[in-house]
Ligand binder design. Sequence first.
Ligand code: HSE
Length: 429
Amino acid sequence: MKTIGVGILGLGTVGGGVIDIINRHKDKMRDHAGVDLVVTRAADLNTERFAQLGLTSQQATTDAFDVVNDPSVDIVVELIGGIGIARELVHAAIAAGKPVITANKALLASHGAELFEAADAKGVDLRFEASVGGGIPVLEPLTHSLTGNEILSVLGIVNGTTNYMLSRMTEAGLSFDEALVEAQDLGYAEADPSADVDGLDAAAKIAILASLAFNSRVTLADVPAEGIRKLAPTDIEYAREIGYAVKLLAIARKHAHGIDVRVHPTMIPADHQLASVDGVYNAVYLTGDFVGDLMFFGEGAGAGAAASAVVGDLVEAARALQSGNKVIGCTCTDNLPILPLDVLETRYYVRLLLADKAGVIEQVGKVFARYNVSLQSLKQRGCAQKGMAEFIFVTHKTIEADMQSVLADIINLDVVGEVASMLRVEDLD
Ligand code: HSE
């Protein structure tokens, strides 16, 4: 059996994990999958990592292009991240006719079309299982095992940092700031947590999932993303009282006229399987027309999980190389339109601080009626602010544009102190 040379770009936690797996399970992969993987070259700017990972001076380099261009490298693993040098390296590898495995969600979600165009022109594999859901194998089923289905929806808890924070805000009543400090202390959140807490990481992931699920290109720029900064423990508590959990949900649904794709904090029924996904875990819930509902659950980050996904891709790419099988390539051929958020139809939870006096509900109710937004329930709560009362409104299904008009008008009423929060309510039925 001919060995397959692997070149790794970036020797951080995931790169180290890939080397570890190949060292530990090389024989198993050779005997059971029929591929003999050998790390022939690896690059990182931090030279201390070479010895730590047992790499010789012949294998290791600080110039990633050395790896891409080395004839001993049959498959390139890009683990540098970002859309700068990583993009150039992936293009260089494809131009050299080498399959590429990457964990780079930002690159795929922003430049997927150009990369696939280049890969398809060369007939080389471009695989990216580790870019979504860490160790959870979900992209592979979407491109292979589930192709006998029309995928109708993809719902994901795909950001471990925010899921951990929301779990702590739910179980311990922590504020956003307290949960963030805790997540940072535990190494789950970065010093600059914006990509996670503002929903951009999840948006890149649902763009990738939606592209594969609906065979239509969805980019990061297509995904309206709202994070969890404005969420208060009060909202989580009120949601719980009416039977809902709050999750940062990445949603992609196929409708008759296009794709609805978005990321925002969402109230979901407390007895739905996704509501039980807590801590740093991720889950992706798919519905196909024949298979029905499927849920994939597992560790969404970390060396072992992400490296497991990378090595799975390596084995598949190596098998395709050995067998000379044509790779599947770009599957985004349907060009479905992306629906604007304005036309979304869902239910809404709104928390308002209103003057605690006669007639306020009538005034606010008139604004809801003006845009034909029908209320399902209304509750008055106490309020710490003198002279004000807190009200929770939950609507029936309504159009996003109408709900936004209600909020824009309501804030102008004298009796309204604050629109404290607005959450979308998904019944997932
Ligand atoms: N920052 C990501 C998360 C990790 O919190 O899930 C891997 O994408």
